[in-house]
Design a protein around this ligand. Structure first.
Ligand code: AMP
Length: 311
């Protein structure tokens, strides 16, 4: 295993968790999860990654070694006495709607993210789902990144609106799901919600619509990103994080912030997210190769741009 690079191309901060996941057919306890974990596995398929987060002493060493085996730089991962962030979710029959049955912040309650020296100049940054106050602390430490994207969730829209607003004003792209963007903007149509956010300084908005794909809004264009139609979904947990991780990893590998590269990165995101939901936890992501992810990306491209279409 080569030593991790001093300066990762992608910096990811977010939750590192132990998850209990229930679907209508299965239940699994204490899976290695969390927004930063899923995103890091996905981003590492394309680029070098440094993760920032906190776990308790109960976090399995195997979780950390799996990340390291994928080349993820874990200097920013701290282990503290106490219990790891814990989340318990249950999916409904449609595998899309879910209820958070329990969320325990545990060691996250007094987490103060400190970036290791090499991370500060990472050019691509993903603020995965985590309390906006912590996302802001990371933004305060990075130096002139090329591209920053952020994710959030309904809990923070309801409880930390001001801090979240501060995050939105300082990032290039916000990724958010359909119901959350309505909650955030109080607009009923996605077009108006996007216009409102883009007029407040955001450059791009990626609205996730589950198995119906996602919409990439920017000031000049609106692009549709298909989701790969799977016959069976085993565990949708982490799909959004996997999408975002693959997106930022692939964009970083291209060293770009142009819309055409953002769209290509979104197709990689969609491809990798589809692998994430085919198995429980982060298992399939931890072993996915770039060649396999790229081949599904090509299938997605042929769905939006079939070669027989003439202008
Ligand atoms: P996703 O399915 O993409 O929304 O991500 C699911 C992951 O988010 C799970 O692995 C959870 O551990 C993590 N998660 C759930 N609730 C929170 C929260 N309030 N803050 C940070 N991460 C969370």
């Amino acid at each position: 295993m080569p030593p991790p690079p001093q300066r990762p191309n992608v910096l990811i901060v977010g939750s590192i968790a132990l998850d209990t996941v229930e679907t209508p057919r299965e239940k699994r306890e204490n899976l290695i999860g969390g927004s930063a974990t899923y995103a890091s596995f996905a981003a590492a398929i394309f680029s070098s990654v440094g993760i920032v987060g906190i776990v308790g002493e109960d976090f399995p060493a195997q979780g950390i070694s799996l990340l390291q085996a994928r080349g993820v730089d874990t200097r920013g991962l701290v282990i503290r006495p106490g219990r790891t962030f814990y989340w318990h979710g249950r999916y409904e029959e449609n595998m899309d709607n879910r209820t958070s049955l329990r969320t325990e912040l545990n060691v996250f309650a007094d987490f103060d993210p400190r970036l290791p020296p090499g991370y500060i100049t990472a050019p691509y940054v993903f603020l995965a789902n985590i309390e906006p106050r912590l996302q802001l602390k990371v933004l305060d430490q990075v130096r002139a990144p090329s591209f920053v994207m952020a994710d959030t969730m309904d809990l923070w829209i309801r409880t930390a609106a001001d801090e979240l607003d501060g995050v939105i004003q300082r990032v290039d792209l916000l990724t958010i799901n359909e119901s959350e963007v309505r909650l955030l903007t109080r607009e009923t149509t996605l077009a108006r919600a996007a216009r409102r956010l883009l007029s407040r300084g955001l450059n791009h908005l990626l609205v996730k619509k589950g198995e119906s794909g996602s919409l990439l809004f920017s000031r000049e264009r609106l692009l549709f990103v298909p989701a790969f139609p799977l016959e069976e979904v085993r565990d949708p947990t982490g799909a959004g994080d996997a999408f975002a991780g693959a997106f930022i990893g692939s964009l970083a590998a291209r060293g770009s912030r142009e819309l055409e590269d953002l769209y290509t990165a979104a197709l990689s995101g969609s491809s990798v997210a589809s692998f994430a939901v085919e198995s429980f936890g982060a298992d399939s992501l931890a072993h996915l190769t770039k060649a396999i992810a790229d081949s599904r990306k090509s299938q997605l491209l042929s769905m939006v741009h079939p070669s027989f279409v003439k202008q």
